[in-house]
Structure formats: C-alpha cells, structure tokens
Design a protein around this ligand. Structure first.
Ligand code: HEM
Ligand SMILES: *[C@@H]1O[C@H](CO)[C@@H](O)[C@H](O)[C@H]1NC(C)=O
Length: 524
C-alpha cells in the first residue's frame, strides 16, 4: 500500500512488534540517551584513504548533496561512507520518509528512529556502499557537522513564552496566558510533536481516502476539502494523554516514563473544516448503513505518525469529527498540522493526527506503534518490565480533569487578604463540566467555583470550562485543591498513588497547590 506521498502504510511486521515489545517506544530518544545507543561512526585510517583514493571511489560533499530526495539516484552518508539507496527505497519498511536523509547523513534520523541501530540494518546498508567521502572534505576524519542536514531545520520559529520541555522534536506547554483565556491563541497553543514539522506545499498536498472495500482510492486537494463540502466550526480542547504527568510523579513518589508535563499540555481553539463523514460519503462509503466489518478509521500523518479511532465516532454527524483546515479563523500553522489535521473532539489528542494525508477504513485498529505500544493505561502494579501491551485498550475518550492555573491577590477587593483562584476543567466525550469544587483548607471543606459562561460551538461540549473562585487567603501552609464533576457525575480521584501507571497517562487526581509558594513576592 502506498499513500499519496508514496509512504508505505503496511502494518507492523511480527519481527518489529517483537522488537518493540520490550520498550515503551521505538522512538525512545527523549528518555534514553541516544549516544549510549549509537555506534561510533566509522572512521578511516590514512592508509585506507590512500588505498581508496587509488580505486577512485571518493565523492566530494558537493556531489553527494546533489543526490537528494528529488534526484534519480538518491545517496546517503553514514560516517564517511557513501551509499546509493535507490534500490532499497521500495523495500524500506519505514517507507519513502527515508528520502529525508538523501544527499546528507543518516545519523540524525537514526538518532530519532533508534530501531535502526542494530546489526541487521547496518548489513542492509553495506550492500549499497559505493565509496567514501573525499578525505579533503573531512575534518578529523569525519564529515563536518555543518555539512550534515539537520532534520529540524525546517521547524517554525515559536513564541518565546511557550514552556519548552524538548525542542527537537518540539514539546512545549502553553504558558499561563494560554490557559486562562477560553480560546488559546494559536501561537500559545501547546505543541506535542514526535518528529520534525513536515514542510508541505499547498499545491502538492493531497488527501487520499481508502474506504476499505477494494475500490479505487479517492484523492482531494486542500481546495476540494474547503469548497466541495459544508464547513463546520467547533470549539474543542485538545489534551495530551501525558498532561499533568509531573503531578503524578510528585504525588505518587514514583516516576512514570515520559516527558514531565505540568498542567499546560492542554489548550482550546476554534477549528473549521468539513466533516470527515461527508468526505467518506463522497469517496463512496455508505455512511448511513456502513458494512459491519469496517470498525476503525486510521489517520496517517506526513511525519510517519499514524493511529486510528472507532468508526462510530466518525460516522455520527453529532460527534463533529473534522478534517480541520483552519484554527482560530486562520489557515493552520505548521506546528498545528498545516495544511490539514484530523480533529477528533472529546478523544485524547493523540488521535487528532496532524499533517494528515491519508485515511483508511479498517477492520482492526491501527497496528502502529502509537496505537499498540503507547497511549495505554495500566494498573499501578505493572512496570515497564512486566507490561503486556496487548492487555489494555488504547485511550480514546478521556476522564474528567481540572487544574489550577493561577492564584493571585484579588485587585477588585479592598481586603488585602482576598485572593482569586483560576483554572480549567475538562472532560472527554463531549461531557459538560457541571461543577467545580474548590477547597482552601486541604480538602476539609469545599465550595463551588464560578464556571465562566463561554460559547461552546459544536454538538457537544468539546471545550474546557474556565472557572474562577474568590476567597479569603488561607494560612500560608494551606493547600488549595480543585476537583471537577462532569455531566455523567464522574469525578476525579483524590490522589495519584492508586492511579499511577508506568506511562504516566491520564493523570487526573485532584490538583493541589500550596499557597505559600505562590505569594512569595508579597511575603518576602
Ligand atoms: C539507508 C538507510 C536505511 C536503512 C537501511 C533502513 C532500514 C530499515 C529497516 C530494516 C527497518 C525495519 C526495522 C525492523 O523491523 O526492526 C526500518 C524501519 C523504519 N525506518 Fe528505516 N532505514 C534507513 C533509513 C531511514 C531513514 C533516513 C528514516 C527516516 C527519515 C527511516 C525511517 C524508518 C521508520 C519510520 C521505520 C519504522 C517503520 C514501521 O514502524 O513500520 N529509515 N528501516
Ligand atoms: C497486576 O495485577 C494483575 C491482576 O491481579 C495481574 O494479572 C498481573 O500479573 C499483576 N502484575 C504484576 C507485575 O504483578
């Protein structure tokens, strides 16, 4: 199977599953030190140089650069060896994304896709050896760093107030100002990437739809998606499955694996685009009486990420699943999926695939890494070493969540000991927040915060609710606590210990903040 960019969309082969089973992710470079995995790039001794020079198989860096992604014969370097990978591209299990490294070095990519760092992959590569980099172009026997293309060089320049956890790939929380207005501005919307930001030209963009019945695939341009179908606007919150993982680590005293997100891996925006249901209908799928065997809708992103959602979510027009072409009234930005992202409101944000270029209807869930080997919850007794990934369902709909974003002196009150507490509350599945309970005495007594009346667009409550609570400032050693209740009367657990899970997902225990830390400036 090939998608519009020629990427293979095959399922994980059993060997790959076996290789993945022991680790939380193939793409473990954030958590593991990539250097510990990498083999030292091969260096040549001077005597070897002389022998090679005699055989004439030396290439200038300038010549190698010309064998880039668009050339007839793409080459890559590893260490100072040069390989012609033309005849391997079709067989590459990772698809045509391999061409990203063409004309340059493979190492920066293998530091991301660490699955390559093993003997059988090195052996495959050796079959395509055509020569070496000209020693005159080497510095200390190595290709100079400046001549190696950086996979992240095309990433956009970002707002400096984002709270950056990692910058390659970019993972950044929304700052407080992004969390305290109902609509988070696009620049302040949190960023959660697995890889680089793909550069996609509007003119060459195509969305391929495979309705799973063996019929021809249909393709749509961005213009088709924006003009051939009714456009729908919804407001919807996206929340990373790992939001508040840092609180879980701290509250349970056990470190879960993954980035230590605070309460800012969540944001709310207005999204606009066609209903995916309408596009599937146009592609020939019977959306009103669908065949029973196709149960899942898989999204493929240009960055190689893919995942699926249950088909019922997509076929119900009241679930508002969009192919979003606009965010906050403007074209999407690169960081948020330009030109098109899936927007699956009410589900964990990992299902709202950015840069989506292919959609397939499938009998089974996506076999991708991100469906099968990540974004799942487990019991607190399970660890990375004991985990049976197949024993848990992937996260789709999400539980009720709330967090405190600010505690500050109340400027509108004459009493100097008045304070304002603000935050957000959100539940998955379009369930509305019906109550936000606040305690300023470590949970002994509770009162309700005021939920701000914002206009929610869409058939359900896809957006967070912001809330405000004004009260007297309690003694310095007090904890302010928040918990929310959604319309199914689900509430949040009081502590993290019992919901700890080794991936640190769905961290939604009561948010507790000690106020002495927050008023430091005026108690000093
Ligand atoms: C010529 C150099 C390369 C060779 C020989 C190679 C070889 C391979 C092999 C053998 C696998 C399967 C690994 C396994 O099943 O255990 C694989 C997977 C993969 N490769 Fe490469 N690769 C190369 C370059 C690249 C580059 C440059 C990228 C990214 C820019 C890349 C992205 C991937 C991805 C995403 C997968 C995983 C596919 C999946 O999840 O099914 N590869 N590669
Ligand atoms: C965790 O508890 C479940 C249920 O008793 C059990 O099946 C599983 O083996 C336990 N895991 C470990 C690592 O003890």
């Amino acid at each position: 199977m090939e998608n519009s960019h020629g990427q293979q969309t095959k399922k994980l082969v059993p060997g790959l599953i076996a290789a993945l089973a022991g680790s939380a992710a193939v793409f473990t470079w954030i958590e593991n030190n990539p250097d510990s995995l990498s083999e030292a790039p091969p260096k040549l001794k001077n005597t070897q140089h002389d022998t090679l020079k005699a055989t004439g198989k030396f290439f200038k860096l300038e010549e190698i650069r010309q064998h880039g992604p668009d050339s007839d014969r793409p080459w890559i370097m590893r260490g100072n060896k040069v390989y012609d990978i033309t005849d391997w591209i079709e067989s590459h299990p990772g698809g045509k994304v391999i061409l990203r490294a063409a004309g340059s070095a493979v190492e920066p990519y293998w530091d991301i896709f660490t699955i390559h760092k093993k003997t059988d992959v090195y052996q495959i590569l050796e079959q395509y050896l055509i020569g070496h980099v000209d020693p005159d172009d080497l510095v200390d026997g190595q290709v100079p760093k400046g001549s190696i293309e950086d996979p992240f060089s095309g990433d956009p320049i970002r707002d400096s107030s984002l709270v950056v956890l990692t910058d390659r790939p970019c993972n950044a929380e929304s700052p407080m100002s992004g969390l305290t207005s109902f609509i988070t501005s696009t620049a302040l919307f949190y960023v959660r990437h697995h890889f680089w930001v793909p550069q996609i030209a509007k003119e060459s963009y195509k969305m391929t739809i495979d309705i799973g019945d063996g019929s021809d695939e249909k393709t749509y341009t961005l213009r088709d998606l924006q003009t051939k179908f009714p456009q729908h606007t919804i407001t919807a919150t996206l929340q990373c499955s790992g939001n508040r993982r840092a609180h879980m680590n701290e509250g349970s005293g056990r470190d879960a694996s993954g980035l230590k997100w605070g309460a800012g891996a969540i944001s709310n925006a207005e999204w606009r685009g066609p209903l995916l249901r309408d596009v599937l209908a146009d592609a020939g799928f019977d959306v009103d009486s669908p065949p029973g065997d196709l149960q899942h809708v898989e999204f493929y992103g240009e960055d190689t990420y893919s995942t699926s959602v249950p088909i019922d979510k997509v076929l119900d027009p009241r679930q508002d699943v969009l192919l979003a072409c606009e965010m906050n009234g403007e074209t999407l930005t690169g960081d948020h999926g330009y030109p098109v992202r899936a927007l699956v409101p009410g589900n964990t944000a990992a299902r709202s695939v950015k840069w989506v270029n292919r959609i397939s209807l499938l009998e089974d869930e996506s076999q991708s890494q991100w469906q099968q080997r990540d974004y799942k919850g487990f019991g607190p007794n399970e660890t990375r070493d004991t985990i049976d990934w197949d024993s848990a369902p992937c996260i789709q709909d999400t539980p009720v969540q709330s967090a405190i974003t600010t505690i500050r002196p109340d400027q509108n009150n004459d009493r100097s000991d008045s304070m304002v507490v603000e935050g957000y509350a959100f539940s998955g599945g379009g369930r509305k927040i019906v109550r936000v309970d606040v305690s300023i005495d470590n949970g002994k007594t509770w009162t309700q915060a005021k939920i701000e009346p914002h206009k929610h667009l869409g058939h359900k409550t896809w957006s967070w609710s912001l809330w405000t609570h004004r009260c007297r400032r309690p003694p310095a050693d007090s904890c302010v606590i928040v918990k929310a209740v959604d319309e199914a009367y689900n509430s949040q657990p009081d502590s993290f210990g019992p919901i700890w899970n080794f991936r640190g997902v769905l961290a939604n225990a009561w948010h507790r903040v000690r106020i002495d830390k927050l008023f430091q400036s005026d108690t000093d």
